[in-house]
Design a protein around this ligand. Sequence first.
Ligand code: IPE
Ligand code: IPE
Ligand code: MG
Length: 238
Amino acid sequence: MPPETAQLPRHVAIIMDGNGRWAARHGWPRLRGHEEGAESVIAVLRACRERGIRYLTLYAFSAENWRRPRLEIAGLMDLLRRFLRDREAELHEKRIRLRVIGRLQYLPRDVQRELRRVMDETKSYREYHLILALSYGGRAEITDAARTLAQEAREGRLDPARITERTFARALYAPDVPDPDLLIRTSGEIRLSNFLLWQLSYAELYFTPTLWPDFREAEFQRALEEYAHRHRRYGALS
Ligand code: IPE
Ligand code: IPE
Ligand code: MG
């Protein structure tokens, strides 16, 4: 195998951070940073597809991001509408399945409808998955899973004594998706900000000061190269 594919992650998760600071640095409004960030999404999605990385999860809007000014939220939702409209053809062409994790019910109705439609129309694609975390919180996901299991137990369909990590993981938002191998966060913040708390337990973490709008294929390649040199032990000695 060529060195660059020797140790390829199967699933990459990204906390796309730094759009606002990127815009501020150029003296532009924050939304301009989000727009430029959308170009990075396209670049990284293509880079994954070209390298055979099958799962890409992007933290696009957190449960906590609802605390932002209304105008910024509206701008982000608009960007999401545009992204769906402009990228739908590419998803089909490259046979990429769109999925969403998060409390979708809090998004504007028309956005929910468009997301559901594109998810439905791409659901037969099995190989490549683009997973958007929208109105997503890791603790909310774990809480939602606990509620589902509690409900099943109450209805007599689940024996609490038989709940294992696997049973629990099956109640999460995207149970068939393997855990991320590599987590990337841009913009120099060294925290998880409530992202995939369950799934990241053994991920390799990669933090870069590069702001998300500047994170394109070359930067992504650098992260992959660093990942290839990591030694994953999972608690064992080998
Ligand atoms: C990340 O960029 C995008 C979202 C959270 C939606 P930010 O908007 O957080 O940018 P900074 O952190 O303010 O620079
Ligand atoms: C995390 O970034 C959420 C997304 C990238 C969508 P934030 O910018 O919202 O995170 P904090 O507030 O700095 O932790
Ligand atoms: Mg931020």
